[in-house]
Design a protein around this ligand. Sequence first.
Ligand SMILES: [Zn+2]
Length: 588
Amino acid sequence: MISKEIIDEIVMRNDIEHLIGGYVSLRRAGGNMKGLCPFHSEKTPSFTVYPADNSFYCFGCGIGGDAITFIKKIEHLDYPDAVEFLAKRAGITIPDSQNAQYRTGPKIDKKRIYDMNVVAAKYFNANLFSNDPKAREALKYFTEKRGLSISTIKHFGLGFASDSFDAFSKYMLARGFTYDEMVAGFLCGKSEKGHYYDAFRNRVMFPIIDVSGNVIAFGGRVMDDSKPKYKNSSDTPVFKKSRNLFALNFAKNFAEESLILCEGYMDVIALHAAGFSNAIATLGTAITSEQARVLSRYTKRIIISYDADEAGQKAAKRAMQLLGEVGLEVSVLKIPDAKDPDEYIKKHGRDNFAHLLKNTKSKFEYNVEGVLGKYNLELPQDKINAIADIEKLISEVYSSAERDVYIHAIAKRLSVDPRSIKDDVERMVARKMREGRRAEEKRIKETTAGFSDRINPDYVKAPAIAKNEENVLGFLLLYPDKRKIVFADKLLCADDFYTEFNKRVFSFIESAHLSGDDSSDWLNENFTPEEVGRIMKMKINRMAFSSADDAVLYDSIDSLKRSVQKKEAIKTSTFEGLDAILKRKRDS
Ligand SMILES: [Zn+2]
């Protein structure tokens, strides 16, 4: 175990305002800070940071907790890794002895996987230059078919996986890696009969490297038309497909102005080779909101360069939306007379491509063009429809100043009165806000009031009791001196709780208290960020009442016991006993 002192120091030294401010843009609201929640999509901020007690809570999706909860959730780390992440950030060294003890168990060692991936990448790369006739074909694929130079191949560490079921794994076994490690790292598969086989066979190989320079995964491409064209590592202990991007390790150093988002590895490599070192790609999937958030840390502007075909343009639209939601400026590159950037540069040269990049269309312009292309503006009805479609697009723009600019530009272009467009747009915006608020309220109700309650499934069976339980727990969480009273006099025990979740929370509070620990370090170790959020909410609800009078607590406990007992139809004798205790308490 990492000692409590170290955990406390780690949490204390990671000022929550600064920590979260690195991910979310926060504005002051009274003594607290507010911002748009990074965990659910929203237009009005319900994500609140409480600097006074180093905590946060989102009133929209119910996630909340402290610095550790936040990092667990946003960086997708488990508890020990989140603690390590924050320790590093604060410059605290966790003694090795504590760390090692902490990491015993069946978990595959991440460092072993990182090491294994480096050995594998070197193996695939050396293999590409071997005398194997198939390897020579692979090298030709890169140099002749794709026109890559040897230095580009080396820069990206490209490689070749032999057409064999065990050549790779035999090599790795000889270097001390186990089948279990290879399976965990997605380099080997295991058949139902228990036979192991190399995951990548007869494919050119692209190592995927994270921004810290670790080899985290591989992509493999066939050289002919067989299927699947690309095979990518699935998620492993060191790799999450939904949050990493190809070549970001290089592009991050050239990202100040913009990043070019491409569809495939080969597009990215061709662009880097032509001097556009800010090109990146997703890993064989459509872009996710997590990736969008990662990108927003490195740049302010994304140029989408997807294939010109219908599928590519559809994907571009979706990407525009996701990237826009995290506040990135987005524009779309249209490549005339070629199917992708690679082909265009080969035909027209890099200077012309640079010129295209300079003249990309903003997301708004791109969409407006789409609308105008659909209609014949000479026809009155078509023009009316076009205006309605464009008004809808303008109403989706977040900033009202930006909306004004577009309203005037469009009014001029279609020769109509800007005031009439403005009226329509403002009406749409107002309606959208109303609808948004209603949807948000509904969601809050559903997540907090027990309707399809994922965190406390028993809630819906007995909402009144569960509310009472939360009320009592709120007291215990908020006031250490109340814990003393409750536990010393055994006013409550775990069996007095009806819902399993609340029972679990109570048990943790109790055992922490009995072991003399009045901190809430047990939270992140034993509960998911969603659960921690729910527990936070109990505290926040309690804070809303100014009264911390003992009598209120006794009444809550009393009614909890009554309601639970009523529910379970237990004889009233026990709570007569409680009444006596409570009476004594009040009288004394
Ligand atoms: Zn939220």
